[in-house]
Design a protein around this ligand. Structure first.
Ligand SMILES: N[C@@H](CCC(=O)N[C@@H](CS)C(=O)NCC(=O)O)C(=O)O
Length: 215
């Protein structure tokens, strides 16, 4: 039977895939979810997206969206009841997501896997990453969310990466002088959509029963 749902290839622990799932949740859209294992990517996913990263969203009409930011934007363009794509903040949101993806992620990876990058100490990598945390703290000193009184695409685009940074060493993170950011992260970690985004699924195989997300 052909599914009438769009199909998302996802990996639970991937921050890019988390932001895509959050985008779908805020857009109140359902997709077929295919959980993958990075070491054993399904041929069906590689056939539509040879670059081999998750998330990948294949629309039921065939179009493939293979960048997490584009998946969030696409989802919220379909429906955006909480106005995460507020045009007033879109440019600033894009800039923050870009800084997250191009700069912060670089230091996050090194902080997380400092043993694989002996050029600097783990503390130095953390400090480099903190430059972005300071930007976020400055924004959150003015507003409860990054770009205003309400959540925007910037919050859901950046949050999974800040979470990963915090979880490298929670004791260290929660002692850093970023009280607003810590509060903001706690809010997101407890958010029903985030909890739903972190539902565990078995890796997908051809012939499996359809997994609908969110269920
Ligand atoms: N620019 C991509 C990056 C996605 C990405 O790098 N995802 C990682 C997992 S977190 C991945 O799939 N890596 C491929 C691999 O490890 O084989 C996006 O925004 O979607």
């Amino acid at each position: 039977m052909t599914s009438a749902l769009h199909c998302l290839y996802s990996f639970r622990r991937c921050p890019y895939a988390m932001r895509a799932r959050l985008g779908l949740l805020f857009a109140e859209l359902q997709v077929e979810l295919r959980e993958i294992i990075l070491k054993n990517k399904p041929a069906q996913m590689l056939a539509i997206s040879p670059k081999g990263t998750v998330p990948v969203l294949q629309l039921f009409e065939g179009v493939v969206i293979e960048e997490s930011r584009d998946i969030m934007v696409w989802a919220l363009e379909q429906q955006d009841p909480q106005k995460l794509l507020d045009t007033k903040v879109l440019q600033q949101a894009n800039a923050l997501i870009e800084q997250n993806d191009n700069e912060f992620k670089h230091w996050l990876d090194r902080y997380k896997y400092a043993d694989r990058h002996p050029d600097m100490s783990q503390a130095e990598y953390r400090q480099r990453g903190e430059a972005f945390l300071q930007v976020l703290e400055g924004l959150l000193a003015k507003n409860p969310f990054l770009l205003g009184c309400n959540a925007s695409i910037a919050d859901i685009g950046v949050m999974p990466f800040v979470r990963q940074f915090a979880h490298v060493d929670r004791d260290v993170f929660y002692k850093l002088p970023y009280p607003k950011l810590q509060q903001w992260l706690t809010h997101w970690l407890e958010h029903p959509f985030f909890l739903q985004a972190m539902t565990k699924f078995q890796p997908w195989q051809e012939g499996d029963e359809l997994v609908v997300f969110p269920s």
